[in-house]
Design a protein around this ligand. Structure first.
Ligand code: BGC
Length: 251
């Protein structure tokens, strides 16, 4: 049986997609990237996805997995921290299925990265609680217990010092405030210590584009829990979403 699906990663600044071998966690096509148009409304994104998929040779009829930076419950997007508010309470699975004419499964972006790490990356075979976090525009988290996802953890929004802490510790905060690695690491220290005190994980995995520079900040953190970089970086969302779609496909 063919183990192929399309993986799409929708972010605040761009939409990436590729054809994926969901057994081995490899890309079977080039990774296409499009800008997120017109404030990232559902209509604008559906149009972009149609274009993107039509440019993926050999993808006809394959299921589509889409990861998205919001809470996603049973295919409905329920929040919108860094995207258009039109997504709140929106039946994304049904809209994309109608627009793309095939089976679609939508899930949270950090949850997709968590699945990618368990299936094809740094959390393979890991027992107990692994917290996969992604440091980007926001902070995404995935709780993986004995390899199984507990969805929609949204721990990037922990309140620390009276603020939603993703506004302080996401990679976008480092860029916005021009923080040095050391200054940013102090905030990460506070964030991961807090997570550690609340959840006693067995392993932290840090993903997001900046994790390729992990040597600049992970060694500065002092935690009881091992903290390691993700193995899947720019393609984590695509791989996890495609795996999720294949797993939930009806045929
Ligand atoms: C959103 C999460 C998302 C994370 C990373 C947060 O602002 O609330 O749903 O996983 O950003 O994109």
């Amino acid at each position: 049986m063919s183990k192929k699906a399309i993986g799409i990663d929708i972010g605040g600044t761009g939409i990436k997609g590729a054809l994926v071998d969901t057994k081995h966690g490899t890309l079977l096509s080039e990774r296409l990237r499009y800008e997120t148009l017109e404030g990232g409304t559902p209509k604008a994104i559906a149009k972009t996805l149609k274009d993107l998929i039509s440019n993926l040779p050999g993808s006809a009829g394959l299921p589509v997995g889409i990861c998205f930076p919001a809470v996603v419950q049973y295919g409905r997007t329920m929040s919108a921290a860094n995207v258009s508010k039109e997504w709140i309470g929106f039946d994304a699975d049904s809209m994309f299925e109608a627009e793309l004419g095939r089976e679609v499964h939508v899930l949270n972006d950090a949850d997709a990265a968590g699945i990618a790490e368990v299936k094809f990356g740094a959390a393979r075979g890991q027992r107990g609680l692994t917290i996969v976090s992604t440091l980007g525009t926001g902070i995404g988290t995935a709780l993986m217990f004995n390899g199984k996802l507990i969805p929609n953890s949204e721990l990037g929004h922990l309140q620390i010092d009276g603020v939603d802490y993703e506004s302080k510790a996401a990679y976008s905060a480092k860029q916005r405030e021009n923080l040095s690695w050391e200054e940013w690491a102090k905030r990460l220290q506070k964030y991961y210590s807090h997570l550690e005190a609340l959840l006693t994980p067995d392993l932290f995995i840090v993903g997001g584009g900046v994790s390729k520079e992990h040597e600049n900040f992970l060694p500065l953190l002092k935690l009881k829990t091992p903290i390691i970089p993700a193995e899947n970086r720019n393609s984590a969302g695509i791989l996890g979403a495609a795996h999720y779609a294949k797993k939930h496909a009806t045929d």
